[in-house]
Structure formats: C-alpha cells, structure tokens
Design a protein around this ligand. Structure first.
Ligand SMILES: [Zn+2]
Ligand SMILES: [Zn+2]
Length: 134
C-alpha cells in the first residue's frame, strides 16, 4: 500500500500498486460507466464513438483504453478502432494486429533459439528497447 493522489479528483487514497491511480469512489464511478458502455454496445450493435460518449458519459480516452485492454469492442462497421502499436494499422481492440502478433511470436521464438535474423534485427532491437522502457 502506498498513499497516492487520485488522478481524477485529487483525493489521497491507499493505492494497491496496480491498475489506474484512482480513489475507490472514482474507480466505482468508472466501473459503472464501463458497465453502461458494455451494455450499450451489446444492445446497439454498430454504435459509434460519439453515441457511446453521449449515452454512457464515458470519455474517448476511457473508451480507447478499454479497447486496448480488450475489455470492449465496437462492431466492424462502426469505424471505431485503435492503432496497432507496431504498424499503425487500425484494429478493433488490443495492442497489435494479427500479422504483427504473428511476427512478434516468430521473432521471440527466433530470439530464444539464438537464431539471427539480420533483416529483422533492427526492428527487434527497437521493440526490445520499448519493452525495457515500459
Ligand atoms: Zn478520485
Ligand atoms: Zn500491425
């Protein structure tokens, strides 16, 4: 436990060390909104971002984060996507597109077997840096 300031309301609270820096009150509020968004998307297939923001009281930032965490997903036709962290291609949710995920797996495999792939070395080094910085 460590005392942190809530990133939303500024109140001091005991932070457990994981998850967003939100006090219990703001966290509850966020969970409520999240439930609303999830239900709304369930009932309204093809809902768009402004629609969800207006009807559920969520912010675009929150929604994008939930998409990254793969907690929610918009329908294909809604046009709501996040960018693949590697190639920037729009994806429905998560961090990487399927191709990049596959490439990453191959690279990790090559890495653990000690095999050198000179063409991809540069990309790999960049990714490794990013992991270290995270
Ligand atoms: Zn708070
Ligand atoms: Zn990609």
């Amino acid at each position: 436990m460590e005392v942190q300031t809530c990133s939303k309301c500024g109140r001091l609270f005991n932070w457990v060390g994981i998850g967003p820096r939100l006090c219990p009150v703001c966290k509850d509020q966020e969970e409520d909104i999240f439930k609303k968004v999830k239900e709304y998307l369930w009932d309204h297939k093809g809902a768009t971002m402004p629609e969800v923001i207006e009807n559920c009281g969520a912010t675009e930032k929150q929604i994008k984060q939930w998409l990254r965490e793969q907690r929610i997903e918009f329908a294909k036709g809604s046009g709501v996507t996040v960018d693949c962290e590697r190639c920037g291609k729009p994806i429905l949710s998560g961090k990487m597109c399927n191709e990049c995920k596959k490439k990453m797996e191959e690279e990790l495999k090559a890495l653990s077997s000690g095999e050198e792939l000179p063409v991809r070395k540069k990309v790999r080094d960049r990714d490794r840096m990013r992991f270290l910085n995270e």
